[in-house]
Write a protein that binds this ligand. Structure first.
Ligand code: HMG
Ligand code: MG
Length: 302
């Protein structure tokens, strides 16, 4: 018998994880209009951009302007990625609700992504968490390459436990475990979560699946079975990690919402409004979005 929750929280990461990997330049005003549509679609959480180096991620160089010009819905938490104190200071100047720190469970990906070893990253993030907290902000912590690394291959689970523990000890409010390159399978997800739950104590745990091999929904079902009720997703399946070659988009929000609603699990998200927001960004990107839902919508219009 499936044991399922009655409610799931979906954290929309499309404006950040989605757009950071898109070659097309999206105008700032179009990003703002898109985020404004998302803000009215019933989400409680939107990750709208990153305060990272514009040379590394040029697509998100307008994070400050986006933060200042979006219409904030009081029911939505607006979050942004910050890699260090410079990023945090920029984020705080725009009065974000939450900041997300990030690092990898594998050293090679960590170096490619943020130019530091795992050991060198800890003191940087410790300071970020301390300062963010003293500014009254909540902090989310991402661990990437939890189920496999594009440079090192298999990642020993002990490394995932060690990095997660260090982030939790810093005082993060939520941990999000990333299948950065979409290599996880449901059995591995089930076993990994069992091990982590046995060894760590969590306040809040979220899963962040990329859909590179079409496994993300199956991995979410395995996570639901372990009691996880928070998932990151990207509308239309946009996205990827620029420092993980071949990584494709996150699990598509529209496909995930459909699956959950069909199973009687509520998300608070309005499917019609989601579709409008998906169609809007698809037009701006000028390319078909990969989610099944967007494919169906395109076929219906023909
Ligand atoms: P670095 O070059 O090592 O930085 O980059 P540095 O501290 O040596 O400083 C060099 C220059 O960068 C200095 O400027 C700094 O001021 C500037 P200069 O004095 O030479 O003119 N600088 C910055 N500028 C703007 N914003 C900043 C910032 N920090 C320093 N925050 C750094 C280190 C972390 C900045 C760089 O590697 C970087 O920006 N990386 C971004 C990587 C990224 O965004 N990756 C994608 C997101 S992670 C992801 O997608 C995975 C996830 O989705 C989960 C999953 O799927 O697994 C979350
Ligand atoms: Mg990601």
């Amino acid at each position: 018998m499936l044991s399922l929750p009655s409610e799931v929280t979906i954290k929309e990461v499309g404006p950040r994880d989605g757009l950071q990997n898109e070659p097309a330049e999206i105008l700032t005003e179009d990003k703002i209009a898109w985020i404004d549509l998302l803000s009215e679609a019933g989400y409680s959480y939107l990750e709208f951009s990153s305060f990272v180096h514009p040379k590394w991620i040029p697509q998100l160089k307008d994070a400050k302007e986006v933060a200042q010009r979006i219409k904030r819905n009081k029911d939505v938490t607006y979050a942004a990625l910050v890699p260090n104190m410079k990023g945090l200071e920029a984020a705080l100047a725009t009065d974000v609700d939450e900041v997300s720190i990030f690092m990898s469970a594998s050293d090679a990906h960590n170096r490619k992504n943020i130019n530091k070893s795992i050991e060198e990253t800890y003191p940087v993030l410790e300071e970020v968490v301390r300062e963010a907290k003293s500014a009254g902000k909540s902090v989310r912590g991402y661990v990437s390459t939890v189920f496999g690394c594009p440079y090192e291959g298999d990642v020993p689970i002990q490394q995932v436990i060690d990095v997660s523990k260090r982030l939790l000890d810093m005082g993060i409010d939520e941990l999000s475990l990333g299948d950065t390159i979409g290599v996880a399978n449901p059995k591995q997800v089930w076993e990994t979560l069992g091990r982590l739950e046995a060894e760590l104590s969590f306040q809040h745990l979220a899963m962040h699946f990329h859909n590179t091999r079409g496994m993300a929904l199956a991995n979410i079902l395995a996570s639901l079975q372990r009691g996880i009720t928070t998932f990151d997703a990207s509308l239309g399946g946009l996205g990827g990690c620029p420092y993980a070659k071949g990584a494709s988009g996150n699990v598509a929000t529209d496909d995930l919402v459909h699956m959950l609603h069909q199973m009687g699990i509520s998300t608070g998200i309005d499917e019609k409004k989601l579709e409008q927001a998906g169609t809007f960004i698809q037009e701006k990107l000028d390319k078909p979005l990969p989610s099944h839902h967007m494919q169906l919508t395109r076929n219906e219009r023909r």
